[in-house]
Design a protein around this ligand. Structure first.
Ligand SMILES: Nc1nc2c(ncn2[C@@H]2O[C@H](COP(=O)(O)OP(=O)(O)OP(=O)(O)O)[C@@H](O)[C@H]2O)c(=O)[nH]1
Ligand SMILES: [Mg+2]
Length: 350
């Protein structure tokens, strides 16, 4: 898991940078014991395939239907394909680019029949996903935990994602602290504490209405001497269009950096896949405000709009770290482009 840190890693001990590497170093962290992901691979793939079934129905199965009995790729077929791509929330610009590349291949006679077109589409889509999937080299401070700040609009699944992440990290033997910096919504910190209990990790919270920056400040003070490996900070849901709320996020970020230079080491924006194109403007505005370093796309299980993944990868240079495919603890998947495309294009029922 946490493939964004996985490239060079082995286990939790990698959290400790080498001696003499300066005040900071780029050391990777993992949230899963080696080998565990392989063991769970087949089971998780089925879950993912299941989770993507609605998207597959409105996207890949429609393409299949479009090709039914049609061998020739003509203008009419491409028009119908355009409609399907748009309906799957792949986005206007990405759709046009895909169609243009397809037309180009048709002109070059590189696509013999409809089946070849489907294969080419799959490859082009994988290309977009891989392109945006640069592994991040996170800068870890020598003597402090890895701090992940989680943000997003109301109800996208921030707190749930934090709970699931805490579970992932804990499974990998890492010591996790949750921070309830959502002091705005009633019951927000209780919700986080329920997750804390469920996963078995500590939660730092203050009274409702407290300044979120000061909650974070105190929490980092608490975390530092107690050898926490990972600190997950929950923030209040906020509209990306509300300037003062975005300013508050900047302040929280500044406070973290003051307490632990370089923190937050990951700014994880949570987007709800069911919102389709709106997720794009959320990503843009949050990124403008605080330089988002990773995305988590939730609720892919409940939507036919899974094409948004393709659109996001095409529009942004921000890697998707995780996808949420259900409400349970283990329903957060590392985003793996190959696996995603295979699940999306899976043959057979649904
Ligand atoms: N089906 C499904 N539901 C999800 C997923 N992730 C979160 N949810 C549900 O979405 C709802 C909102 O989740 P929260 O975690 O409370 O969202 P939030 O962003 O913290 O909300 P606020 O703090 O109010 O802004 C809950 O009912 C979650 O169970 C997912 O991947 N799939
Ligand atoms: Mg919340």
């Amino acid at each position: 898991m946490l493939s964004w840190f996985k490239k060079k890693l082995g286990g939790a001990q990698d959290l400790q940078p080498e001696q003499g590497a300066g005040s900071e170093t780029t050391a990777p962290v993992t949230a899963e014991a080696p080998g565990q992901q392989q063991e769970n691979g087949a089971r998780f793939f089925l879950r993912l395939k299941d989770g993507l079934s609605r998207t597959r129905k409105t996207f890949v199965r429609q393409i299949d239907a479009l090709f039914l009995g049609k061998k020739k790729i003509d203008a009419e077929l491409l028009e119908d394909l355009e409609e399907i791509l748009i309906m799957a929330d792949i986005g206007a610009a990405t759709t046009q680019e895909l169609l243009e590349k397809t037309r180009e291949q048709v002109r070059r006679n590189a696509l013999g029949d409809a089946l070849a077109l489907k294969k080419a589409l799959k490859e082009m889509i994988l290309g977009y996903l891989l392109n945006a999937n640069r592994p991040a080299e996170r800068v870890l401070p020598r003597q402090s935990p890895f701090v992940i700040m989680v943000l997003g609009v109301n109800g996208v699944g921030k707190t749930t994602t934090i709970g699931k992440l805490a579970y992932k990290f804990t499974q990998a033997g890492q010591k996790v602290l949750l921070v309830a910096a959502d002091t705005f919504r009633a019951a927000a910190s209780e919700q986080l504490q329920i997750w804390g209990k469920r996963v078995g990790v500590e939660v730092v919270a203050q009274q409702a209405g407290a300044d979120p920056s000061s909650v974070v400040y105190d929490a980092l003070d608490y975390a530092r001497p107690r050898n926490f490996d990972v600190v997950l900070v929950d923030t209040a849901g906020r509209l990306h269009t509300k300037v003062n709320l975005m300013e508050e996020l900047k302040k929280i970020k500044r406070v973290m950096d003051k307490k632990i230079p370089g923190a937050p080491h990951e700014i994880l924006l949570v987007l709800d896949a069911t919102t389709g194109q709106n997720a794009i403007s959320q990503a843009r505005l949050f990124n403008e405000a605080v330089d988002v370093t990773g995305l988590a796309l939730t609720k892919l299980d409940g939507t036919a709009k899974g094409g948004i993944v393709i659109n996001i990868c095409h529009e942004f240079n921000i890697p998707i770290r995780f996808i949420g495919i259900g409400e349970q603890m283990e329903d957060l998947r590392d985003f793996e482009p190959n696996e995603f495309v295979e699940a999306l294009f899976a043959e057979g029922e649904a």
